[in-house]
Design a protein around this ligand. Structure first.
Ligand code: ASP
Length: 372
Protein backbone atom coordinates (compact mmCIF):
# COMPACT_ATOMS: atom_id res chain seq x y z
CA UNK A 1 0.00 0.00 0.00
CA UNK A 2 1.38 3.44 -0.89
CA UNK A 3 1.70 6.18 1.75
CA UNK A 4 -1.06 8.07 -0.02
CA UNK A 5 -3.38 5.09 0.20
CA UNK A 6 -2.48 4.60 3.82
CA UNK A 7 -3.31 8.20 4.71
CA UNK A 8 -6.51 8.04 2.71
CA UNK A 9 -7.46 4.78 4.34
CA UNK A 10 -6.73 6.21 7.75
CA UNK A 11 -8.86 9.24 6.96
CA UNK A 12 -11.69 6.93 6.00
CA UNK A 13 -11.38 5.09 9.32
CA UNK A 14 -11.42 8.36 11.30
CA UNK A 15 -14.50 9.52 9.39
CA UNK A 16 -16.26 6.23 9.96
CA UNK A 17 -15.33 6.22 13.65
CA UNK A 18 -16.57 9.82 14.03
CA UNK A 19 -19.95 8.73 12.72
CA UNK A 20 -20.24 5.91 15.26
CA UNK A 21 -19.01 7.62 18.41
CA UNK A 22 -21.66 8.42 21.02
CA UNK A 23 -21.75 11.80 22.74
CA UNK A 24 -20.79 10.25 26.06
CA UNK A 25 -17.82 8.51 24.49
CA UNK A 26 -16.71 11.68 22.73
CA UNK A 27 -17.19 13.90 25.77
CA UNK A 28 -15.12 11.52 27.92
CA UNK A 29 -12.13 11.51 25.56
CA UNK A 30 -8.91 13.29 26.44
CA UNK A 31 -8.27 16.45 24.47
CA UNK A 32 -5.49 14.91 22.38
CA UNK A 33 -7.81 12.13 21.29
CA UNK A 34 -10.60 14.56 20.44
CA UNK A 35 -8.24 16.57 18.26
CA UNK A 36 -8.06 13.63 15.83
CA UNK A 37 -11.75 14.23 15.11
CA UNK A 38 -11.46 18.01 14.97
CA UNK A 39 -8.35 18.80 12.95
CA UNK A 40 -7.97 18.29 9.24
CA UNK A 41 -6.12 14.98 8.96
CA UNK A 42 -4.43 16.11 5.73
CA UNK A 43 -3.10 19.51 6.82
CA UNK A 44 -2.98 19.09 10.61
CA UNK A 45 -4.71 22.47 10.95
CA UNK A 46 -7.99 22.80 12.83
CA UNK A 47 -11.22 22.14 10.91
CA UNK A 48 -13.62 22.51 13.84
CA UNK A 49 -12.11 25.02 16.29
CA UNK A 50 -13.13 24.16 19.84
CA UNK A 51 -10.16 24.77 22.06
CA UNK A 52 -6.72 26.37 22.07
CA UNK A 53 -4.88 23.06 22.54
CA UNK A 54 -5.66 22.26 18.89
CA UNK A 55 -3.10 24.81 17.69
CA UNK A 56 0.53 23.91 17.09
CA UNK A 57 3.34 26.38 16.64
CA UNK A 58 3.21 25.69 12.91
CA UNK A 59 -0.48 26.44 12.67
CA UNK A 60 -0.04 29.63 14.74
CA UNK A 61 2.84 30.80 12.56
CA UNK A 62 0.81 30.05 9.45
CA UNK A 63 -2.18 32.02 10.76
CA UNK A 64 -0.03 35.06 11.59
CA UNK A 65 1.58 34.90 8.17
CA UNK A 66 -1.76 34.61 6.36
CA UNK A 67 -3.24 37.45 8.46
CA UNK A 68 -0.29 39.71 7.58
CA UNK A 69 -0.58 38.88 3.92
CA UNK A 70 -4.38 39.27 3.75
CA UNK A 71 -3.98 42.69 5.35
CA UNK A 72 -1.43 43.72 2.75
CA UNK A 73 -3.65 42.45 -0.07
CA UNK A 74 -6.62 44.35 1.31
CA UNK A 75 -4.55 47.54 1.29
CA UNK A 76 -3.97 46.91 -2.40
CA UNK A 77 -7.28 48.65 -3.00
CA UNK A 78 -9.97 47.35 -5.36
CA UNK A 79 -7.96 44.60 -6.99
CA UNK A 80 -6.78 43.07 -3.73
CA UNK A 81 -10.17 43.39 -2.10
CA UNK A 82 -11.87 41.73 -5.06
CA UNK A 83 -9.34 38.90 -4.94
CA UNK A 84 -10.10 38.29 -1.25
CA UNK A 85 -13.85 38.46 -1.85
CA UNK A 86 -13.63 35.87 -4.57
CA UNK A 87 -11.98 33.35 -2.27
CA UNK A 88 -15.23 32.32 -0.57
CA UNK A 89 -17.76 33.92 -2.89
CA UNK A 90 -20.97 31.86 -2.95
CA UNK A 91 -20.49 30.37 0.52
CA UNK A 92 -22.56 31.14 3.63
CA UNK A 93 -21.73 31.66 7.27
CA UNK A 94 -23.99 31.58 10.31
CA UNK A 95 -23.05 33.54 13.42
CA UNK A 96 -24.95 31.83 16.20
CA UNK A 97 -23.90 34.12 19.03
CA UNK A 98 -26.39 34.04 21.86
CA UNK A 99 -24.37 35.71 24.61
CA UNK A 100 -23.49 39.40 24.55
CA UNK A 101 -20.75 40.11 22.02
CA UNK A 102 -19.44 43.18 20.26
CA UNK A 103 -15.91 42.51 19.04
CA UNK A 104 -16.18 38.80 18.36
CA UNK A 105 -19.44 39.26 16.47
CA UNK A 106 -18.31 42.27 14.43
CA UNK A 107 -14.87 40.91 13.68
CA UNK A 108 -16.20 37.54 12.52
CA UNK A 109 -18.87 39.22 10.45
CA UNK A 110 -16.41 41.61 8.82
CA UNK A 111 -13.85 38.83 8.28
CA UNK A 112 -16.52 36.75 6.53
CA UNK A 113 -17.40 39.72 4.33
CA UNK A 114 -13.78 40.38 3.45
CA UNK A 115 -13.65 36.78 2.17
CA UNK A 116 -16.88 37.20 0.22
CA UNK A 117 -19.14 35.01 2.36
CA UNK A 118 -22.84 35.75 2.73
CA UNK A 119 -23.86 36.03 6.36
CA UNK A 120 -26.76 34.96 8.53
CA UNK A 121 -27.00 35.48 12.25
CA UNK A 122 -28.98 34.31 15.26
CA UNK A 123 -28.29 36.34 18.38
CA UNK A 124 -31.43 35.78 20.41
CA UNK A 125 -32.17 32.13 21.28
CA UNK A 126 -35.84 33.04 21.74
CA UNK A 127 -36.10 33.55 18.00
CA UNK A 128 -34.84 30.08 17.04
CA UNK A 129 -36.56 26.72 17.46
CA UNK A 130 -34.63 25.90 20.63
CA UNK A 131 -37.35 28.05 22.22
CA UNK A 132 -39.91 25.49 20.94
CA UNK A 133 -38.00 22.69 22.60
CA UNK A 134 -35.72 21.63 19.75
CA UNK A 135 -32.51 20.03 21.00
CA UNK A 136 -29.22 21.77 20.42
CA UNK A 137 -28.15 18.81 18.27
CA UNK A 138 -31.16 19.18 15.98
CA UNK A 139 -30.70 22.96 15.78
CA UNK A 140 -27.05 22.58 14.77
CA UNK A 141 -27.91 19.91 12.19
CA UNK A 142 -30.59 22.22 10.82
CA UNK A 143 -28.27 25.23 10.60
CA UNK A 144 -25.82 23.10 8.62
CA UNK A 145 -28.50 22.57 5.96
CA UNK A 146 -28.24 26.23 4.99
CA UNK A 147 -24.67 27.36 5.60
CA UNK A 148 -21.06 26.30 5.08
CA UNK A 149 -19.54 27.62 8.31
CA UNK A 150 -20.92 28.08 11.78
CA UNK A 151 -19.62 30.35 14.53
CA UNK A 152 -21.04 29.65 17.98
CA UNK A 153 -20.99 31.49 21.31
CA UNK A 154 -22.99 29.74 23.98
CA UNK A 155 -23.24 29.95 27.80
CA UNK A 156 -23.06 26.14 28.04
CA UNK A 157 -19.38 25.12 28.06
CA UNK A 158 -20.06 21.88 26.17
CA UNK A 159 -22.49 23.22 23.54
CA UNK A 160 -19.98 23.89 20.78
CA UNK A 161 -18.32 20.54 21.36
CA UNK A 162 -21.67 18.87 21.03
CA UNK A 163 -22.14 20.83 17.82
CA UNK A 164 -18.89 19.47 16.39
CA UNK A 165 -19.83 15.95 17.43
CA UNK A 166 -23.21 16.21 15.64
CA UNK A 167 -21.64 17.69 12.53
CA UNK A 168 -19.08 14.87 12.38
CA UNK A 169 -21.97 12.42 12.17
CA UNK A 170 -23.78 14.30 9.47
CA UNK A 171 -23.47 14.29 5.70
CA UNK A 172 -23.21 18.11 5.83
CA UNK A 173 -20.02 18.20 7.90
CA UNK A 174 -19.46 21.95 7.97
CA UNK A 175 -16.81 23.49 10.27
CA UNK A 176 -17.85 25.01 13.58
CA UNK A 177 -15.81 27.63 15.47
CA UNK A 178 -16.03 28.32 19.19
CA UNK A 179 -16.57 32.05 19.74
CA UNK A 180 -16.73 31.70 23.53
CA UNK A 181 -17.89 28.64 25.48
CA UNK A 182 -19.18 29.70 28.87
CA UNK A 183 -16.34 30.26 31.34
CA UNK A 184 -14.16 27.70 29.62
CA UNK A 185 -12.49 28.90 26.44
CA UNK A 186 -12.34 31.58 23.78
CA UNK A 187 -9.80 30.20 21.32
CA UNK A 188 -10.16 32.90 18.65
CA UNK A 189 -9.51 35.59 21.27
CA UNK A 190 -6.31 33.71 22.14
CA UNK A 191 -5.38 33.74 18.44
CA UNK A 192 -6.04 37.49 18.44
CA UNK A 193 -3.74 37.83 21.44
CA UNK A 194 -0.96 35.75 19.88
CA UNK A 195 -1.22 37.79 16.68
CA UNK A 196 -0.99 40.97 18.76
CA UNK A 197 2.15 39.67 20.49
CA UNK A 198 3.52 38.65 17.08
CA UNK A 199 2.96 42.16 15.73
CA UNK A 200 4.18 43.92 18.85
CA UNK A 201 7.40 41.90 19.10
CA UNK A 202 8.23 41.61 15.44
CA UNK A 203 7.36 37.91 15.32
CA UNK A 204 9.52 37.06 18.35
CA UNK A 205 7.19 35.72 21.01
CA UNK A 206 9.64 33.33 22.74
CA UNK A 207 11.16 34.15 26.15
CA UNK A 208 8.51 36.66 27.23
CA UNK A 209 6.99 37.24 30.62
CA UNK A 210 3.24 37.76 30.52
CA UNK A 211 1.30 39.16 33.45
CA UNK A 212 -2.39 38.22 33.47
CA UNK A 213 -4.47 40.22 35.91
CA UNK A 214 -8.10 40.20 37.09
CA UNK A 215 -10.70 37.44 37.11
CA UNK A 216 -8.49 34.52 36.12
CA UNK A 217 -10.93 31.96 37.41
CA UNK A 218 -13.88 32.81 35.19
CA UNK A 219 -12.13 34.62 32.34
CA UNK A 220 -12.14 32.30 29.33
CA UNK A 221 -9.61 34.42 27.40
CA UNK A 222 -6.77 33.95 29.90
CA UNK A 223 -7.47 30.23 30.03
CA UNK A 224 -7.19 29.85 26.25
CA UNK A 225 -4.13 32.08 26.06
CA UNK A 226 -2.39 30.07 28.80
CA UNK A 227 -2.86 26.91 26.74
CA UNK A 228 -1.19 28.53 23.72
CA UNK A 229 1.95 29.25 25.75
CA UNK A 230 2.94 25.62 25.22
CA UNK A 231 3.92 26.55 21.66
CA UNK A 232 6.62 29.01 22.69
CA UNK A 233 9.97 28.58 24.44
CA UNK A 234 10.95 30.02 27.80
CA UNK A 235 7.65 31.70 28.50
CA UNK A 236 6.81 32.81 32.02
CA UNK A 237 3.39 33.67 33.38
CA UNK A 238 2.56 35.84 36.37
CA UNK A 239 -1.04 35.54 37.54
CA UNK A 240 -2.34 38.48 39.55
CA UNK A 241 -5.82 38.14 41.05
CA UNK A 242 -7.83 38.30 44.24
CA UNK A 243 -7.56 35.00 46.12
CA UNK A 244 -11.02 33.74 45.22
CA UNK A 245 -10.61 34.50 41.52
CA UNK A 246 -7.31 32.66 41.06
CA UNK A 247 -6.49 30.64 37.97
CA UNK A 248 -8.06 27.17 38.12
CA UNK A 249 -5.97 24.06 38.80
CA UNK A 250 -6.61 22.49 35.40
CA UNK A 251 -4.62 25.30 33.77
CA UNK A 252 -1.91 25.23 36.43
CA UNK A 253 -1.56 21.47 35.99
CA UNK A 254 -1.29 21.94 32.23
CA UNK A 255 1.47 24.52 32.73
CA UNK A 256 3.29 22.19 35.13
CA UNK A 257 3.05 19.32 32.66
CA UNK A 258 4.57 21.48 29.95
CA UNK A 259 7.22 23.00 32.22
CA UNK A 260 5.92 26.54 31.82
CA UNK A 261 6.77 28.46 34.99
CA UNK A 262 4.12 30.62 36.60
CA UNK A 263 3.78 32.50 39.86
CA UNK A 264 0.72 33.84 41.64
CA UNK A 265 0.69 37.36 43.03
CA UNK A 266 -1.88 39.65 44.52
CA UNK A 267 -0.49 43.07 43.67
CA UNK A 268 -0.21 44.29 40.09
CA UNK A 269 2.08 47.21 40.83
CA UNK A 270 4.77 44.86 42.15
CA UNK A 271 5.17 42.94 38.89
CA UNK A 272 4.66 45.52 36.14
CA UNK A 273 8.36 46.16 35.60
CA UNK A 274 8.93 42.42 34.98
CA UNK A 275 6.40 42.13 32.18
CA UNK A 276 6.73 42.10 28.42
CA UNK A 277 2.96 42.02 28.15
CA UNK A 278 0.36 42.95 30.74
CA UNK A 279 -2.99 41.36 30.01
CA UNK A 280 -5.77 42.97 32.01
CA UNK A 281 -9.21 41.37 32.33
CA UNK A 282 -12.65 42.35 33.54
CA UNK A 283 -14.29 40.78 36.58
CA UNK A 284 -16.78 38.36 35.00
CA UNK A 285 -19.63 39.27 37.34
CA UNK A 286 -22.29 37.89 35.00
CA UNK A 287 -21.37 34.54 36.60
CA UNK A 288 -21.78 35.82 40.20
CA UNK A 289 -24.28 33.89 42.21
CA UNK A 290 -25.27 33.44 45.85
CA UNK A 291 -22.45 34.18 48.21
CA UNK A 292 -20.13 35.08 45.37
CA UNK A 293 -22.10 38.30 44.91
CA UNK A 294 -19.93 41.31 45.26
CA UNK A 295 -16.75 40.01 43.67
CA UNK A 296 -17.31 42.67 41.04
CA UNK A 297 -15.66 45.27 43.24
CA UNK A 298 -11.99 44.79 42.42
CA UNK A 299 -9.59 46.29 44.88
CA UNK A 300 -6.97 48.85 43.84
CA UNK A 301 -4.31 46.12 43.74
CA UNK A 302 -5.83 44.77 40.52
CA UNK A 303 -6.26 48.02 38.62
CA UNK A 304 -3.88 49.45 36.08
CA UNK A 305 -3.40 53.09 37.07
CA UNK A 306 -2.12 55.78 34.75
CA UNK A 307 1.14 56.16 36.67
CA UNK A 308 1.89 52.48 36.09
CA UNK A 309 2.80 53.36 32.50
CA UNK A 310 6.02 54.73 34.00
CA UNK A 311 6.81 51.33 35.50
CA UNK A 312 6.41 49.42 32.23
CA UNK A 313 9.42 48.36 30.17
CA UNK A 314 9.94 50.55 27.12
CA UNK A 315 8.91 47.83 24.69
CA UNK A 316 6.24 46.15 26.82
CA UNK A 317 2.57 46.17 25.81
CA UNK A 318 -0.68 46.66 27.68
CA UNK A 319 -3.43 44.36 26.40
CA UNK A 320 -7.08 43.69 27.24
CA UNK A 321 -9.61 41.44 25.45
CA UNK A 322 -12.25 44.13 26.16
CA UNK A 323 -14.81 45.26 27.20
CA UNK A 324 -12.94 47.05 29.97
CA UNK A 325 -14.36 48.86 32.92
CA UNK A 326 -12.62 50.39 35.92
CA UNK A 327 -9.71 47.90 35.89
CA UNK A 328 -7.80 50.27 33.61
CA UNK A 329 -7.71 54.04 34.21
CA UNK A 330 -9.97 55.50 31.57
CA UNK A 331 -7.46 58.08 30.33
CA UNK A 332 -5.04 55.34 29.32
CA UNK A 333 -7.15 54.27 26.35
CA UNK A 334 -6.87 57.71 24.85
CA UNK A 335 -3.27 58.44 25.76
CA UNK A 336 -0.84 58.35 22.87
CA UNK A 337 1.33 55.76 24.52
CA UNK A 338 2.30 53.26 21.81
CA UNK A 339 2.50 50.47 24.37
CA UNK A 340 -1.26 50.60 24.89
CA UNK A 341 -2.33 48.11 22.23
CA UNK A 342 -5.87 47.04 23.08
CA UNK A 343 -7.49 48.99 20.25
CA UNK A 344 -5.02 47.48 17.80
CA UNK A 345 -5.76 44.11 19.39
CA UNK A 346 -9.40 44.54 18.29
CA UNK A 347 -8.42 45.05 14.67
CA UNK A 348 -5.90 42.21 14.83
CA UNK A 349 -8.83 40.03 15.90
CA UNK A 350 -10.54 40.67 12.58
CA UNK A 351 -7.46 39.80 10.51
CA UNK A 352 -6.61 36.65 12.41
CA UNK A 353 -10.21 35.51 11.91
CA UNK A 354 -9.84 36.17 8.17
CA UNK A 355 -6.75 33.95 8.31
CA UNK A 356 -8.49 31.25 10.36
CA UNK A 357 -11.46 31.01 7.99
CA UNK A 358 -9.12 31.02 4.98
CA UNK A 359 -7.07 28.17 6.51
CA UNK A 360 -10.17 26.14 7.36
CA UNK A 361 -11.29 26.42 3.74
CA UNK A 362 -7.71 25.72 2.55
CA UNK A 363 -7.33 29.05 0.78
CA UNK A 364 -4.10 30.02 2.53
CA UNK A 365 -1.77 29.17 -0.35
CA UNK A 366 -3.77 31.36 -2.70
CA UNK A 367 -3.38 34.25 -0.24
CA UNK A 368 0.31 33.64 0.37
CA UNK A 369 1.07 33.39 -3.35
CA UNK A 370 -0.80 36.55 -4.35
CA UNK A 371 1.51 39.25 -5.59
CA UNK A 372 0.52 42.83 -4.91
N1 ASP B 1 -14.83 39.65 25.35
C1 ASP B 1 -14.19 38.67 26.18
C2 ASP B 1 -15.06 37.43 26.28
O1 ASP B 1 -16.05 37.31 25.59
C3 ASP B 1 -13.77 39.19 27.50
C4 ASP B 1 -14.84 39.64 28.45
O2 ASP B 1 -16.04 39.59 28.14
O3 ASP B 1 -14.45 40.09 29.53
O4 ASP B 1 -14.73 36.54 27.03
Amino acid sequence: MTVKNLIENNRGIIKERARQISWLEFAAMEEKEKIIFLNNSKTGNPFHVLFAQQFSRNSLNLLCQVADKARAIHKYRDEGRRFLKNLLFGTYALNFIIQPSTRTFLSFQTAQEILGMSIRDIRDPNTSSEAKGETLEDSVRTFSSYVDLMIMRHPDERAVEKGAWVLNKSDRRIPIINAGSGKDQHPTQALTDIYTLHKSFDGKIDSRTIVMCGDLQRGRTVRSLSYLMRNYQNMKLIFVSPFRLRMENDIKNFLDRHHIPYQEEDNLEKVISLADAIYMTRIQDEWDKGKEQGVQSVGPKYKFKKEYLNLMKEDAVLMHPLPKRHEIDEEIGYSNDKRVVFWRQERNGMWIRVALIAVIFQKEQKILKYTT
